[in-house]
Ligand binder design. Structure first.
Ligand code: ZN
Length: 247
């Protein structure tokens, strides 16, 4: 039985009660984290899982609100005496910067360090890079300020959830979101490399999704203002993503 939890829903600046956007996906075979901005260890634990159970970490792009706690997460796993393999997935540029970040902490000298495997996601075409008996996770590059991937998770029984990650409206977010049951769409605002709530509604309609969940927004903005902006162009169900919401 799979479970998809929003661990954090904030834009780049975390707020009280709203950590940077990161996600947890559990299947009977895998525990997959998407990004690790400000508070991943506490949030994974609060979601009833454990950093020792995490099998895969997807890094969507190399911005501090998405990878800033990578050294802390890795050190926590090591101090908790993890022994099992951790697979870290991302674009080549993301992974090479992630390695450089870890090297600043001399992680190769950590005694009895658990095994880590880096899996490069090519930056073109739809890549099905994680497959187990309950889900397939695919990535496509989206349009942000640095190389970034958006994700689509297809569960058995044909249910699917799309996570836009940080992107402005683009062709690939439409491909990722096409006929999805749920679209987790960033709504940081109408600026370069990002999407507004109103644009999110338009993407949801054009892609024919059933439910739209806004994420990566500023919780100081009036909730009704965000929701009504999204509803201007989308007639389906619209929710605001909140920390610890189960999708
Ligand atoms: Zn971000």
């Amino acid at each position: 039985m799979s479970r998809f939890v929003i661990l954090g829903s904030a834009n780049a600046v975390p707020k009280v009660g709203q950590d940077n956007t990161h996600l947890l996906l559990e299947t009977s075979e895998k525990t997959i984290m998407v990004d690790c901005g400000d508070n991943p260890i506490v949030k994974v634990t609060a979601a009833g899982s454990s950093i020792l159970k995490v099998t895969d970490l997807i890094l969507t792009h190399f911005h501090a609100d998405h990878v800033g706690s990578l050294p802390l997460l890795m050190m926590g796993m090591w101090l908790e005496k993890r022994t099992t393999l951790l697979a870290i997935h991302g674009l080549e540029t993301t992974l090479s910067k992630a390695k450089s970040l870890l090297e600043l902490f001399n992680w190769q000298d950590w005694k009895e360090m658990f095994p880590v495997q880096f899996n490069v996601i090519p930056d073109e075409g739809m890549n099905h890079f994680i497959v187990d008996s309950e889900c397939t996770i695919s990535a496509l590059p989206v349009v942000h300020l640095v190389p970034t991937i958006g994700l689509r998770v297809k569960f058995t029984g044909n249910r699917s959830v799309t996570y836009s990650c940080d992107t402005e409206p683009c062709e690939n977010i439409h491909k990722l979101a096409l006929q999805a049951d749920v679209l987790l769409q960033e709504a940081a605002g109408a600026v370069k490399g990002h999407t507004s709530a109103e644009q999110a509604g338009r993407i949801a309609t054009e892609a024919g999704v059933k439910k739209l969940i806004l994420i990566h927004y500023d919780n100081r903005i009036d909730e009704d203002q965000l929701l009504s902006a999204a509803r201007r162009h989308f007639n389906g169900e619209v929710l605001l993503g909140k920390d610890m919401l189960v999708v």
